[in-house]
Design a protein around this ligand. Structure first.
Ligand code: 13P
Ligand code: SF4
Length: 387
């Protein structure tokens, strides 16, 4: 493979970038040869990371594919100078937090955000914490002592870097859908309560699987005074769930599982734990995107699955496993699309890579140093827990 020499590699954002508009008017197919050529020129200097929800026209160029945990690990271990993240902003931010100082992270379209991550703003979370402190829920020694009292903040990786830093600074940590259980166990070894941000569904599903009753969980609504939770309920609660959700996974309903049970006897239902509790209770298995893939891979020929997660992954699994005698369908026939992931197009990828060859770094994601420090602490705690 060709490649730029290290000392001639792109360093910082310089000059005017080739206009994205020139790329966006080109057909998808015309990007193929350009992306391949750019990758060849960049060689080991640049690595492309792709989340499982990316569309086919983009994921085919990824050096590494995975769920959020696997991609965070790939970013932490990468030796490439530039990581081009085909995913959403919180993933690119995570890569930047875990990167070494000489590395840089690019998100090909800055509009690729995550609506769930946007549901917890740092100001709201600080207000919530203050309210918890006023009500005596926060241990005064939080962050230094681990005496089984008070509350620890735990955030899903699908959150802004500031939220991760907030958790790190207060003795808490980050989790993904693949290690949420271990993260809850970690937190409960140190505190009596957990504040889980920002996905109420993942928090509820995980805590319930650990034996915590629904009545021991409260939902904190940042748009209500004191989260809309009475002091009595807060005192009795073991888990405070932030009122956030994934708009893609929340669309799966218990009725969808009932329909599969009725119309497709023998079919297994696998859903992502970002789905509602009622849906997860009816499913045969829950798992992160990587786990969903593994479960289907490991199943014998003749198995069939209704999968409750983003439609690009489900369609790809259907195609991949059809020749192997396994049937995969979507749990909701209307197909749930993550519109923000979808924003990354082959044109955006070609634009980012070709600019990199010309020593221009477009759409660099850079987390502020003071945020980075505590966010890194929270991510390191996650990396250290046993899954
Ligand atoms: P995982 O790939 O970690 O399961 O996460 C799914 C998701 O919704 C990413 O935003
Ligand atoms: Fe965010 Fe949901 Fe899209 Fe994942 S699928 S990036 S949680 S909006």
């Amino acid at each position: 493979m060709n490649g730029l020499l290290l000392d001639e590699a792109p360093a910082q954002t310089v000059g005017e970038a080739c206009s994205l508009d020139h790329y966006l008017v080109q057909p998808d197919e015309s990007m193929d040869a350009r992306i391949r050529a750019a990758r060849e020129t960049l060689g080991a200097e640049a690595v492309v990371l792709g989340h499982h929800y990316q569309r086919d026209e983009v994921i085919r160029y990824a050096d590494f594919t995975g769920d959020s945990y696997k991609l965070a690990k790939a970013a932490a271990e990468s030796n490439a100078r530039t990581m081009v993240f085909c995913g959403v902003r919180f993933m690119a931010e995570t890569a930047d937090i875990l990167a070494r100082p000489w590395q840089q992270v690019i998100l090909p379209d800055l509009n690729a955000g995550c609506s769930m991550a946007d549901m917890a703003e740092i100001g709201q979370v600080e207000d919530c914490w203050e309210s918890l402190e006023r009500q005596g829920t926060v241990n005064s020694q939080q962050g230094t002592a681990t005496n089984g009292q008070g509350i620890l903040p735990l955030t899903y990786i699908n959150s802004a870097a500031e939220i991760k830093a907030f958790c790190g600074e207060r003795g808490g940590l980050v989790c993904t859908s693949s290690n949420a259980r271990a993260a809850f166990e970690w937190a409960f070894r140190r505190a009596g309560k957990v504040l889980f941000l920002p996905d109420q569904h993942l928090g509820r599903n995980t805590a319930y699987a650990l034996g915590i009753a629904l009545g021991e969980m409260v939902v904190w609504d940042p748009y209500q005074i004191n989260g809309g939770v009475t002091p009595e309920r807060l005192r009795a609660a073991r888990v405070v769930l932030w009122k956030g959700h994934c708009s893609v996974h929340q669309r799966f309903l218990p009725e969808h599982v009932d329909r599969v049970r009725r119309e497709e006897p023998g079919m297994q239902v696998i859903v992502h734990p970002e789905c509602r509790w009622e849906v997860c209770q009816k499913a045969d298995a829950l798992g992160s995107t990587e786990r969903i893939i593994e479960l289907i891979e490991q199943a014998p020929q003749g198995s069939s699955f209704a999968v409750g997660t983003e439609i690009h992954l489900v369609n790809r699994l259907a195609e991949r496993f059809r020749p192997l005698g396994k049937r995969v369908i979507t749990l909701d026939e209307s197909g749930c699309l993550c519109t923000t992931m979808y924003r990354i197009s082959p044109q955006h990828l070609a634009w980012a890579l070709e600019n990199l060859i010309d020593r221009r770094v477009v759409n660099r994601i850079q987390v502020e140093d003071k945020v980075k420090h505590w966010a890194r602490v929270a991510l390191d705690r996650m990396m250290e827990i046993k899954r």
